[in-house]
Design a protein around this ligand. Sequence first.
Ligand SMILES: [Zn+2]
Length: 152
Amino acid sequence: MHCTEWHYVCRSCDHRFTLPGADLSFSYGAFLGVSSTPEAVLLDAFADPAYAEIQALVSEDERTTGLTAVATGQLARTVAGSVFDPDSNRSPFTFAGTPPCPRCTSSEIALLRATETRWPGDISPATHKQWDALTSAEKAAAVSHILSALHR
Ligand SMILES: [Zn+2]
């Protein structure tokens, strides 16, 4: 799997920047994580045990009752972006949507163009050492905390 260069513009400060985007080589269940830096990681939703834990905690939460499987998956990937390890510059990876503007940190980002130019950077597997070090109770509390923040 590899990425192509996707061009974006920030609606807040007009900054134009390029991020790696998933191309058609991505298989079902493979999700790209992108940071503002930008760096790219790959989340294998079917094989990653941490993601399975997050998805279970999100599904069990009463605030997600009635959500479709697609919406629950989107929410689980949003949570993963908060609890998975950040990139080498301490910028978090976004597994659902687009990371914030690298200049002003606004989340009002618009895609200008998805090109077919190969992204030159590496895509390494997403890591979650911080998450792995938590107890079960701490993991449940972390997911609950993030869901509370999202529902505000
Ligand atoms: Zn901006």
